[in-house]
Design a protein around this ligand. Structure first.
Ligand code: ADP
Ligand code: MG
Length: 236
């Protein structure tokens, strides 16, 4: 089966102080293996909420969510963390590196959840990922000793170290100057060429151009999808 992600009738409602926010409504979405999807839409429309659900960082209020054919919506926390660390790499706008850990330790982090990878292999994989983002010379530095562009390259290395099937990026170039933004976009392009499925929220028009499929969200709903034909035939 070619489907990597299936969302069927997904809703997300946040409740705080008795106020309900309908962040996502009636989301139907199929993303096939190897697609490069960009998600755009105005601030507050639900893009990050959608990505967090795709990344198993949050759960939908209702609806069916499958990853690689498996229902993931009702996994317990431990299984959820396992699947997340094995199958998904997440890149955030604000890098989200752990300041107390060195670069190489940050990159090893997702692998520490894996019982099938010993310490030596973990280090070797982390160093290979660092090489890929051209940051080998900073392996023992701490995040605070790096520029924003370098931190994001380290975050990309962390996202890809376990060879995840899905890479999610939430405005990955939002805090970068244009030179570093291009570098990160180029890296994502290369990862896509190597077979990764990429789903990226971006305001960067160059990013949206590189994606082969563009999805537009407005007020918690998908209002346009250049890959909608695949979607309707596969879901129906
Ligand atoms: P975007 O990423 O498109 O800017 P978000 O997904 O962050 O939008 O937010 C969608 C809506 O959900 C917004 O109205 C936001 O205020 C609300 N929201 C997001 N996260 C939470 C939360 N943890 N608690 C309550 N409301 C939230
Ligand atoms: Mg957001």
């Amino acid at each position: 089966m070619n489907h990597l992600i299936e969302l069927n009738n997904i809703k997300k409602v946040f409740v705080s102080d008795d106020v309900e926010t309908h962040a996502l409504t009636d989301i139907h979405l199929v993303i096939n293996k190897g697609e490069y999807v960009s998600i755009s839409g105005p601030s507050g429309c639900g893009k990050s909420t959608l990505l967090s659900i795709l990344g198993l960082l949050d759960t939908a209020t209702s609806g069916l969510h499958k990853l690689a054919g498996h229902v993931v919506g009702d996994l317990d926390n431990k299984s959820r963390a396992l699947v997340r660390n094995k199958e998904i790499g997440f890149i955030f706008q604000s890098f989200n590196l752990i300041s107390e850990l060195t670069v190489v330790e940050n990159i090893e982090l997702p692998l520490t959840y894996r019982k099938d990878i010993d310490k030596k292999t973990r280090r070797a994989l982390a160093e290979a990922a660092l090489k890929k983002v051209d940051m080998s010379h900073r392996s023992t530095h701490y995040p605070s000793q790096l520029s924003g562009g370098q931190q994001q390259r380290v975050a990309v290395a962390r996202a890809i170290v376990g060879a995840p099937s899905l890479i999610l990026a939430d405005e990955p170039t939002g805090n970068l100057d244009s030179k570093n933004a291009k570098l990160v976009m180029d890296l994502l392009d290369t990862l896509h060429e190597e077979g990764a499925t990429i789903c990226m929220v971006t305001h960067d028009p160059r990013g949206a151009q590189r994606a082969r499929r563009v999805i537009e969200v407005f007020d918690g709903r998908i209002i346009a999808d250049s890959g909608a034909r695949t979607q309707t035939t596969e879901v129906a």
